[in-house]
Design a protein around this ligand. Structure first.
Ligand code: NDP
Ligand code: MG
Ligand code: MG
Length: 331
């Protein structure tokens, strides 16, 4: 098994007396800033003039500066703004404030791995990437728990980059759950592959195909929604808690038999070959190039697809059904 690092392997003292700038206060930013502060560390938030999240950060009791000033006064700079905006902000407001021995930190390897940000050689460059959404990184921390982190070192100027990364992971609660060492390349490629082929793209298209197959065959859309979409969470929760075997223990033997027989007819050799192709496009930088160009021209394709997806039938059916479930917060 890969070496895991836990609380006792990490020393928060490596961060004591240092100022940490958290650039961005969104999903990850608010979680890192608040968790580090609650771990007794010195945090300042960096945002642009007129930023909406600046108000939230101030209400949460944090010091907010513009990005230039936050970087100027800090020793450790964690970049937590959207990936596609990072290189511009880096060039305009971060790079010139880097001093020898500072640390430049990321929660995802995209901009370093695809050379959108090329830091000077006199800083540490490392990654602390929580393997979970930012809101959970904050919530579970307040419950005394943590979300696992991946840690990677790209540049080790001080000779202490890995130890500082582990200390940072401890500050946000990651070493409570376990920290795994990786590289920027491995994290970037596996993260992009996972979200595209399995977690986001794969799961939503699978649900949609199931829903539409039932609806097209004349079944009630509400039943199709419960069966192909709503129940997914309940099944995944069982896998999360105890693996496939735990899920299969809870379902009926009829469901288990159908599971064994039918799964491979849905995820076929063709699907696996396409997965390899998707991975190849990630590895060669083809996907990164598409995404960067899409942003450079104002996201025409992204916005068109986002609108079409938001207006599809299953979203309307789901909204009505969820509206009847009092325990679900309105989104
Ligand atoms: P968000 O989209 O949630 O972050 C948006 C934040 O960045 C907001 O506070 C926004 O301010 C601020 N911002 C936007 N533009 C600028 C700018 N030009 N200058 C300063 N601040 C700016 O990002 P995420 O938390 O989703 O992602 C951050 C990083 O974490 C990425 O590298 C991502 O890959 C990584 N990551 C994200 C995960 C997640 O859970 N979402 C999981 C693991 C890694 P305002 O709202 O005021 O415009
Ligand atoms: Mg990702
Ligand atoms: Mg069933």
């Amino acid at each position: 098994m890969a070496r895991m690092y836990y609380d006792e392997d990490a020393d928060l003292n490596l961060l004591k007396g240092k100022k940490i700038a958290i650039i961005g206060y969104g999903s990850q930013g608010h979680a890192h800033a608040l968790n580090l502060r609650d771990s007794g560390l010195d945090v300042v938030v960096g945002l642009y003039e007129g930023s909406k999240s600046a108000e939230r950060a101030k209400q949460d009791g944090l010091t907010v500066l513009n990005v230039d000033d936050a970087c100027e006064v800090s020793d450790i700079i964690m970049i937590l703004i959207p990936d596609e905006k990072q290189s511009k902000v880096y060039k305009e407001s971060i790079e010139k404030h880097l001093k020898p021995g500072n640390a430049l930190v990321f929660a995802h390897g995209f901009n370093i791995h695809f050379h959108q940000i090329v830091p000077p050689e006199y800083v540490d460059v490392f990654m602390v990437a929580p393997k979970g959404p930012g809101h959970l990184v904050r919530r579970v921390f307040t419950e005394g728990k943590g979300v696992p982190d991946l840690v990677a070192v790209h540049q080790n100027y001080t000779g202490k980059a890995f130890e500082i990364a582990l200390a940072y992971a401890k500050g946000i609660g990651g070493t409570r759950a376990g920290v795994l060492e990786t590289t920027f390349k491995e994290e970037t490629e596996t993260d992009l592959f996972g979200e595209q082929a399995v977690l986001c793209g794969g799961v939503t298209e699978l649900m949609k195909a199931g829903f539409e197959t039932l609806v097209d065959a004349g079944y009630q859309p509400e039943i199709a929604y419960f069966e192909c979409i709503h129940e997914m969470k309940l099944i995944v929760d069982l896998i999360y808690e105890g693996g496939f075997a735990n899920m299969r223990y809870s379902i009926s033997d009829t469901a288990e038999y159908g599971d064994y027989l039918t799964g491979k007819r849905i995820i076929t050799e063709d699907t696996r070959n396409e997965m390899k192709q998707v991975l190849n496009e990630i590895q060669t930088g083809e996907f990164a190039k598409k995404w960067l160009l899409e942003n450079a021209v104002g996201r025409p394709q992204f916005n068109a697809i986002r609108e079409r997806e938001a207006n599809q039938k299953l979203e309307k059916v789901g909204k009505e059904l969820r509206g009847m479930m009092s325990w679900l917060k309105k989104k």
